[in-house]
Design a binder for this molecule. Sequence first.
Ligand SMILES: [Zn+2]
Length: 292
Amino acid sequence: MSLKKEFIKICHMVYEKGFVAATDGNLSQRINYNQALITPSGKNKGELNEDDLLVIDLDGNLIEGKGKISTEVKMHLLAYNSRRDINAVVHAHPVYATAFAAAGRDLTDPVFPEVILTLGKVHLCEYGTPSTEELILPIKKFIDKAWALLLQNHGAVTFGVSLKDAYYKMEKLEHAAKTIFIAEQLGGAKKIPPEKVKQLLSIARSTYGIHPNFELEADENIKLPGVNDEPLYNNEVSYSQIIEDRLRARAGNLNVNPFDVKGRNSISNENRSNLSKSEIDEIIKEFNYKKD
Ligand SMILES: [Zn+2]
Protein backbone atom coordinates (compact mmCIF):
# COMPACT_ATOMS: atom_id res chain seq x y z
CA MET A 1 0.00 0.00 0.00
CA SER A 2 1.38 3.43 -0.89
CA LEU A 3 2.23 5.83 1.89
CA LYS A 4 -0.61 8.22 0.96
CA LYS A 5 -3.12 5.40 0.67
CA GLU A 6 -2.17 4.09 4.12
CA PHE A 7 -2.30 7.65 5.49
CA ILE A 8 -5.85 8.16 4.15
CA LYS A 9 -6.95 4.82 5.54
CA ILE A 10 -5.87 5.94 9.01
CA CYS A 11 -7.57 9.35 8.60
CA HIS A 12 -10.80 7.49 7.87
CA MET A 13 -10.31 5.23 10.90
CA VAL A 14 -9.85 8.28 13.15
CA TYR A 15 -13.23 9.62 11.98
CA GLU A 16 -15.08 6.31 11.97
CA LYS A 17 -13.89 5.52 15.48
CA GLY A 18 -15.43 8.80 16.63
CA PHE A 19 -12.10 10.28 17.70
CA VAL A 20 -13.03 13.55 15.95
CA ALA A 21 -16.22 15.41 15.01
CA ALA A 22 -16.86 17.49 11.90
CA THR A 23 -13.51 18.89 10.69
CA ASP A 24 -11.61 18.45 13.97
CA GLY A 25 -8.23 16.84 14.37
CA ASN A 26 -5.08 16.56 12.29
CA LEU A 27 -2.55 13.91 11.36
CA SER A 28 0.94 13.97 9.94
CA GLN A 29 3.74 11.61 9.02
CA ARG A 30 7.41 12.26 8.37
CA ILE A 31 8.38 11.25 4.82
CA ASN A 32 12.08 12.12 4.93
CA TYR A 33 14.56 13.99 7.09
CA ASN A 34 12.93 17.36 6.50
CA GLN A 35 9.43 16.79 5.11
CA ALA A 36 6.11 15.46 6.30
CA LEU A 37 2.66 14.69 4.95
CA ILE A 38 -0.08 16.55 6.82
CA THR A 39 -3.85 16.87 6.64
CA PRO A 40 -5.31 20.15 5.35
CA SER A 41 -7.27 22.50 7.55
CA GLY A 42 -11.09 22.48 7.57
CA LYS A 43 -11.76 19.05 6.08
CA ASN A 44 -13.55 16.06 7.54
CA LYS A 45 -11.07 13.24 8.16
CA GLY A 46 -13.62 10.66 7.00
CA GLU A 47 -13.92 12.30 3.56
CA LEU A 48 -10.25 12.98 2.82
CA ASN A 49 -8.58 11.47 -0.22
CA GLU A 50 -4.97 11.29 -1.36
CA ASP A 51 -5.16 14.52 -3.38
CA ASP A 52 -6.08 16.48 -0.26
CA LEU A 53 -2.83 15.67 1.54
CA LEU A 54 -0.13 18.33 1.77
CA VAL A 55 3.63 18.04 1.92
CA ILE A 56 5.35 20.51 4.25
CA ASP A 57 8.93 21.00 5.34
CA LEU A 58 9.78 20.92 9.02
CA ASP A 59 9.85 24.72 9.15
CA GLY A 60 6.15 24.64 8.26
CA ASN A 61 6.36 25.76 4.60
CA LEU A 62 3.98 24.25 2.06
CA ILE A 63 5.98 22.20 -0.46
CA GLU A 64 3.29 20.34 -2.37
CA GLY A 65 -0.49 20.22 -2.61
CA LYS A 66 -3.43 22.60 -2.62
CA GLY A 67 -5.17 23.71 0.52
CA LYS A 68 -4.40 25.32 3.81
CA ILE A 69 -2.01 23.59 6.20
CA SER A 70 -3.63 22.34 9.40
CA THR A 71 -3.93 25.13 11.95
CA GLU A 72 -2.24 22.90 14.56
CA VAL A 73 0.89 22.42 12.45
CA LYS A 74 3.09 23.91 15.24
CA MET A 75 2.32 20.94 17.49
CA HIS A 76 3.46 18.53 14.75
CA LEU A 77 6.63 20.49 13.98
CA LEU A 78 7.52 20.61 17.65
CA ALA A 79 7.33 16.82 17.82
CA TYR A 80 9.49 16.21 14.72
CA ASN A 81 12.04 18.84 15.57
CA SER A 82 12.36 17.64 19.17
CA ARG A 83 12.46 13.87 18.84
CA ARG A 84 14.24 11.73 16.27
CA ASP A 85 12.09 8.73 17.21
CA ILE A 86 8.81 10.42 16.33
CA ASN A 87 7.70 9.78 12.76
CA ALA A 88 3.99 10.52 13.05
CA VAL A 89 1.55 12.64 15.04
CA VAL A 90 -2.20 12.17 15.59
CA HIS A 91 -4.23 14.94 17.21
CA ALA A 92 -7.88 14.21 17.95
CA HIS A 93 -10.72 14.89 20.38
CA PRO A 94 -11.82 11.41 21.51
CA VAL A 95 -14.74 11.71 23.93
CA TYR A 96 -13.44 10.02 27.10
CA ALA A 97 -9.84 11.21 26.91
CA THR A 98 -11.11 14.72 26.13
CA ALA A 99 -13.54 14.50 29.05
CA PHE A 100 -10.59 13.88 31.39
CA ALA A 101 -8.79 16.83 29.79
CA ALA A 102 -11.89 19.02 30.16
CA ALA A 103 -12.15 18.08 33.83
CA GLY A 104 -8.49 19.00 34.32
CA ARG A 105 -7.46 15.41 35.06
CA ASP A 106 -4.45 13.53 33.75
CA LEU A 107 -4.05 9.76 33.27
CA THR A 108 -0.83 9.17 35.18
CA ASP A 109 -1.76 6.36 37.57
CA PRO A 110 -0.40 2.88 36.77
CA VAL A 111 -3.67 1.03 36.08
CA PHE A 112 -3.14 -1.11 32.97
CA PRO A 113 0.14 -2.93 32.14
CA GLU A 114 -0.12 -2.34 28.39
CA VAL A 115 -0.74 1.37 28.93
CA ILE A 116 2.29 1.62 31.23
CA LEU A 117 4.44 -0.03 28.58
CA THR A 118 3.20 1.76 25.48
CA LEU A 119 2.03 5.18 26.66
CA GLY A 120 3.72 5.69 30.03
CA LYS A 121 2.26 8.47 32.11
CA VAL A 122 -0.23 10.55 30.16
CA HIS A 123 0.23 14.09 31.43
CA LEU A 124 -2.21 16.96 31.14
CA CYS A 125 -0.91 20.05 29.31
CA GLU A 126 -2.41 23.27 30.57
CA TYR A 127 -4.81 25.10 28.28
CA GLY A 128 -3.53 27.21 25.43
CA THR A 129 -5.48 28.85 22.62
CA PRO A 130 -5.48 26.43 19.67
CA SER A 131 -3.19 27.25 16.75
CA THR A 132 -1.10 29.71 18.83
CA GLU A 133 2.26 29.43 20.57
CA GLU A 134 0.27 29.17 23.82
CA LEU A 135 -0.78 25.64 22.89
CA ILE A 136 2.81 24.63 22.17
CA LEU A 137 4.55 25.82 25.34
CA PRO A 138 2.84 23.37 27.73
CA ILE A 139 3.52 20.50 25.27
CA LYS A 140 7.23 21.47 25.19
CA LYS A 141 7.48 20.61 28.88
CA PHE A 142 6.70 16.96 28.17
CA ILE A 143 7.78 16.39 24.58
CA ASP A 144 11.10 14.70 25.38
CA LYS A 145 9.39 11.77 27.07
CA ALA A 146 5.75 11.52 26.12
CA TRP A 147 4.00 9.25 23.62
CA ALA A 148 0.57 10.60 24.55
CA LEU A 149 -0.62 13.84 26.10
CA LEU A 150 -3.95 15.32 27.13
CA LEU A 151 -4.57 18.94 26.19
CA GLN A 152 -6.72 20.73 28.74
CA ASN A 153 -10.16 21.88 27.47
CA HIS A 154 -9.21 20.57 24.05
CA GLY A 155 -8.29 16.95 23.29
CA ALA A 156 -5.33 14.60 22.99
CA VAL A 157 -2.18 14.09 20.94
CA THR A 158 -0.16 10.93 20.35
CA PHE A 159 3.26 10.40 18.78
CA GLY A 160 4.42 7.26 17.01
CA VAL A 161 7.27 5.63 15.17
CA SER A 162 4.76 5.29 12.32
CA LEU A 163 1.30 6.70 11.64
CA LYS A 164 -0.27 3.38 12.51
CA ASP A 165 1.64 3.38 15.80
CA ALA A 166 0.43 6.93 16.62
CA TYR A 167 -3.12 5.89 15.70
CA TYR A 168 -2.96 2.80 17.92
CA LYS A 169 -1.67 4.92 20.77
CA MET A 170 -4.69 7.22 20.37
CA GLU A 171 -6.99 4.20 20.34
CA LYS A 172 -5.32 2.79 23.45
CA LEU A 173 -5.50 6.15 25.23
CA GLU A 174 -9.22 6.48 24.52
CA HIS A 175 -9.88 2.89 25.55
CA ALA A 176 -8.01 3.39 28.83
CA ALA A 177 -9.83 6.68 29.54
CA LYS A 178 -13.20 5.05 28.89
CA THR A 179 -12.43 2.05 31.08
CA ILE A 180 -11.10 4.19 33.93
CA PHE A 181 -14.21 6.35 33.69
CA ILE A 182 -16.43 3.28 34.03
CA ALA A 183 -14.27 1.92 36.87
CA GLU A 184 -14.94 5.18 38.70
CA GLN A 185 -18.66 4.38 38.69
CA LEU A 186 -17.70 1.11 40.40
CA GLY A 187 -15.63 2.71 43.14
CA GLY A 188 -12.47 3.66 41.26
CA ALA A 189 -9.64 1.87 39.47
CA LYS A 190 -7.04 0.21 41.72
CA LYS A 191 -3.43 1.13 41.01
CA ILE A 192 -0.87 -1.56 40.21
CA PRO A 193 1.53 -1.65 43.20
CA PRO A 194 5.05 -0.24 42.63
CA GLU A 195 6.82 -3.61 42.94
CA LYS A 196 4.58 -5.07 40.24
CA VAL A 197 5.22 -2.10 37.99
CA LYS A 198 8.92 -2.64 38.55
CA GLN A 199 8.59 -6.30 37.58
CA LEU A 200 6.69 -5.32 34.44
CA LEU A 201 9.38 -2.83 33.45
CA SER A 202 12.11 -5.38 34.04
CA ILE A 203 10.65 -7.75 31.45
CA ALA A 204 9.49 -5.07 29.01
CA ARG A 205 12.54 -5.23 26.80
CA SER A 206 13.06 -8.98 26.67
CA THR A 207 9.40 -10.01 26.51
CA TYR A 208 7.80 -7.25 24.47
CA GLY A 209 10.76 -5.60 22.76
CA ILE A 210 9.62 -2.30 24.17
CA HIS A 211 11.71 0.60 25.48
CA PRO A 212 9.50 1.55 28.42
CA ASN A 213 8.82 5.23 28.51
CA PHE A 214 9.87 5.65 32.10
CA GLU A 215 12.63 4.72 34.51
CA LEU A 216 12.91 3.16 37.92
CA GLU A 217 14.68 4.91 40.72
CA ALA A 218 17.12 3.16 43.01
CA ASP A 219 14.66 3.15 45.88
CA GLU A 220 12.29 1.13 43.71
CA ASN A 221 9.78 3.89 43.40
CA ILE A 222 8.42 4.35 39.94
CA LYS A 223 9.73 7.29 38.07
CA LEU A 224 7.49 8.23 35.22
CA PRO A 225 8.40 10.84 32.63
CA GLY A 226 8.55 14.29 34.07
CA VAL A 227 9.46 17.79 33.11
CA ASN A 228 13.16 17.67 33.92
CA ASP A 229 13.89 14.04 33.12
CA GLU A 230 16.60 13.00 30.73
CA PRO A 231 15.27 12.12 27.29
CA LEU A 232 14.87 8.58 25.98
CA TYR A 233 18.11 6.73 25.22
CA ASN A 234 19.70 8.15 28.30
CA ASN A 235 20.66 4.64 29.34
CA GLU A 236 23.58 2.92 27.72
CA VAL A 237 22.55 1.76 24.29
CA SER A 238 24.74 0.08 21.73
CA TYR A 239 25.54 1.76 18.43
CA SER A 240 23.89 -1.06 16.52
CA GLN A 241 20.77 -0.75 18.67
CA ILE A 242 20.38 2.93 17.82
CA ILE A 243 20.83 2.29 14.12
CA GLU A 244 18.46 -0.64 14.16
CA ASP A 245 15.79 1.32 16.00
CA ARG A 246 16.16 4.14 13.52
CA LEU A 247 15.81 1.81 10.54
CA ARG A 248 12.84 0.03 12.06
CA ALA A 249 11.16 3.36 12.70
CA ARG A 250 11.83 4.47 9.14
CA ALA A 251 10.32 1.27 7.85
CA GLY A 252 7.27 2.12 9.94
CA ASN A 253 7.36 -1.28 11.57
CA LEU A 254 9.23 -2.13 14.75
CA ASN A 255 9.20 -5.81 13.84
CA VAL A 256 11.07 -5.33 10.61
CA ASN A 257 14.52 -6.94 10.43
CA PRO A 258 16.49 -3.96 9.13
CA PHE A 259 19.57 -5.86 8.02
CA ASP A 260 17.68 -8.88 6.80
CA VAL A 261 20.24 -11.14 8.42
CA LYS A 262 18.93 -14.42 9.76
CA GLY A 263 19.02 -14.56 13.53
CA ARG A 264 19.98 -10.91 13.86
CA ASN A 265 16.92 -10.12 15.97
CA SER A 266 17.76 -12.80 18.47
CA ILE A 267 21.01 -11.14 19.53
CA SER A 268 20.40 -10.02 23.07
CA ASN A 269 21.13 -6.49 24.05
CA GLU A 270 23.74 -7.62 26.56
CA ASN A 271 25.85 -9.03 23.75
CA ARG A 272 26.03 -5.70 22.03
CA SER A 273 28.86 -3.40 22.90
CA ASN A 274 27.84 -0.53 25.11
CA LEU A 275 28.96 2.99 24.38
CA SER A 276 29.45 5.95 26.64
CA LYS A 277 26.88 8.73 26.71
CA SER A 278 29.12 11.11 24.76
CA GLU A 279 29.61 8.52 22.01
CA ILE A 280 25.88 7.98 21.87
CA ASP A 281 25.30 11.73 21.64
CA GLU A 282 27.66 11.82 18.65
CA ILE A 283 25.72 9.05 16.93
CA ILE A 284 22.41 10.69 17.72
CA LYS A 285 23.72 13.89 16.14
CA GLU A 286 24.63 11.91 13.04
CA PHE A 287 21.15 10.52 12.84
CA ASN A 288 19.38 13.70 13.75
CA TYR A 289 16.75 14.63 11.19
CA LYS A 290 16.70 18.31 11.94
CA LYS A 291 18.78 20.23 9.48
CA ASP A 292 21.14 22.82 10.96
ZN1 LIG B 1 -7.89 20.07 18.32
